[in-house]
Design a protein around this ligand. Structure first.
Ligand SMILES: Cc1cc2nc3c(=O)[nH]c(=O)nc-3n(C[C@H](O)[C@H](O)[C@H](O)COP(=O)(O)O)c2cc1C
Length: 208
């Protein structure tokens, strides 16, 4: 007999894992058991490169979070200046309270770094980013808000120094995690599948 899944709930989680930067409960701790549960789901993601090279570094200590938040703010400010744009209000809201976030989860990999060729990069990032996204979905399913952030990826050495990461470990995505507080998470406005799907040859939108 085919396994029955509650499709409506599954699809809702998959479609509404929005970034939550403002409506977060900064005063409620996230239980380690809940994080373990989510990591156990994340590690069901596909993995190549000969095994499980993922590691999840959870940061809850105030002093360490403060140092990471300061670094994050510096990267964001530099980026906005370089691009001649203003930091968006939602991004500012997160950065203003990032040091207070109950948990920062760094999704790290210990795999050998790839060269410049595309296939190696696809295998490298493809062996870690699906786990990061599954983690985000598992959090979402438990009313935990997060944001997919990679600003700190440009500061590997500084982050490694703060977190005691040895050479060869790369941190990819950092999810700032907290319980949501009145956040209404909806589907994003995206192009319909018929606009982004081709059949048989590139550019052919006609099915069959
Ligand atoms: C590769 C990548 C890196 C991102 N890095 C950051 C980041 O460092 N900080 C941040 O606030 N948002 C970052 N974002 C944007 C958000 O995670 C989010 O995708 C965006 O705000 C759109 O919101 P939505 O996911 O709710 O549609 C990044 C998104 C992507 C795809």
């Amino acid at each position: 007999m085919a396994e029955l899944l509650d499709l409506a709930s599954v699809d809702a989680v998959l479609s509404t894992a929005r970034s939550v930067r403002r409506k977060l409960d900064f005063d409620r701790a996230v239980e380690p058991e809940t994080i373990f549960e989510c990591v156990n789901i994340a590690t069901q993601a596909p993995t190549g490169l000969g095994g499980e090279s993922w590691r999840f570094l959870v940061v809850t200590e105030p002093d360490r979070k403060r140092q990471l938040a300061d670094l994050y703010r510096a990267v964001l400010t530099d980026l906005a200046r370089q691009r001649g744009i203003e930091v968006k209000a939602t991004q500012q809201a997160l950065v203003d309270r990032l040091h207070e976030i109950p948990a920062m989860i760094f999704v790290c990999t210990t795999a050998d770094k790839p060269g410049a060729e595309i296939a190696g990069q696809v295998a490298y990032y493809g062996s870690i980013l699906p786990a990061a996204w599954s983690l985000m979905l598992a959090l979402r399913a438990r009313n935990l808000g997060a944001t997919w952030t990679t600003l700190l990826a440009s500061r590997q050495q500084e982050v490694a120094a703060i977190l005691g990461m040895p050479d060869g470990v790369v941190q990819t995505v950092m999810l700032p995690v907290a319980y949501t507080k009145g956040a209404k998470l909806r589907k994003a406005d995206r192009l319909d599948a018929t606009h982004v799907t081709y059949w048989e040859t590139w550019g052919n939108s006609n099915q069959g």
